[in-house]
Design a protein around this ligand. Structure first.
Ligand code: GDP
Length: 250
């Protein structure tokens, strides 16, 4: 079972093409604005301390993770169009749980009745890189994240958030390398793009991709986002829509 899953992840990675600084849009991404996936509802389901306590894996699942304060809650709220779905952090590091939200959406790709009420999980994972956490809680975080990422059978993709204002950070690169080692499919989202000029964002993205290119043959897909400007929403939702409509693991 696990092997079959790993194989499909490998296939996914080998199919991923190299990306330019700003990702080339697929045919679907070029569809008119109104043709994007529509979020019909989003509701909080449960917070779990480990993967075994997560809800039954009966829907496709997309997880979001990144350094603390990277803008994860803001991005989740922006994507779902719900202002307070994920709490925008006041006290970083407090919520060390796996948080499940059930989303009901209407596909822009598939017009069948079923696809107009597609149900999937959006998962808000606790971030990494807190300066003030004990070794014990860091270890607990590592175990929880590794267990979840490697054993959750319905996990389709992990979105790794990276602050677009900074040059490549070791913590982010290490996390991505770990995902690659575990053969977990992922995409990168460069956040808070509105806080810098387009030139600076493009430069930071390019530097990041250059660092990955040193050791990787294929680069994962990436997006540039801004929660305040609603930038990146359509492309991220289109990718989820495509994955929802594809056979499992493709
Ligand atoms: P989290 O800790 O990763 O969940 O990050 P939050 O979503 O709580 O965001 C951390 C801080 O960055 C908050 O003050 C947000 O208002 C701000 N922030 C998040 N995303 C954006 C963005 O796209 N643009 C701007 N200007 N600020 C953002």
């Amino acid at each position: 079972m696990q092997n079959a899953k790993c194989k499909s992840r490998k296939q996914y990675n080998s199919k991923t093409k190299q990306q330019s600084i700003f990702p080339k849009t697929s045919g679907l991404n070029r569809l008119p604005y109104l043709c994007r996936m529509l979020i019909k509802s989003a509701k909080y389901i449960i917070s779990s301390p480990d993967f075994e306590k997560c809800p039954a894996p009966d829907k496709k699942e997309y997880a979001f993770i990144g350094r603390s304060n990277v803008g994860k809650s803001s991005l989740i709220n922006m994507i779902t169009n719900y202002d307070k779905l994920a709490k925008t952090s006041g006290q970083p590091g407090k919520t060390q749980m796996i948080n499940h939200f059930e989303i009901v959406s209407a596909s822009a790709i598939n017009q069948s009745k079923e696809a107009q009420n597609a149900r999937w999980y959006l998962v808000d994972l606790p971030g990494y890189g807190f300066a003030k956490v004990s070794i014990r809680s860091r270890r607990r975080w590592e175990q929880m994240i590794e267990g979840y990422l490697r054993k959750r059978p319905n996990l389709e993709m992990v979105f790794v958030l990276i602050d677009a204002r900074h040059t490549p950070q070791k913590l982010d690169l290490d996390f991505l390398n770990q995902l690659d080692k575990w053969e977990i499919p992922f995409a990168m989202i460069f956040t808070k793009a509105d806080k810098e000029t387009q030139t600076v964002v493009a430069k930071n993205v390019r530097l990041f991709l250059d660092r990955l290119r040193k050791t990787w043959q294929f680069l994962p897909q990436h997006f540039v986002s801004s929660a305040t400007k609603k930038l990146g929403r359509d492309k991220i939702l289109t990718l989820i829509d495509e994955k929802n409509e594809a056979p499992k693991g493709e």
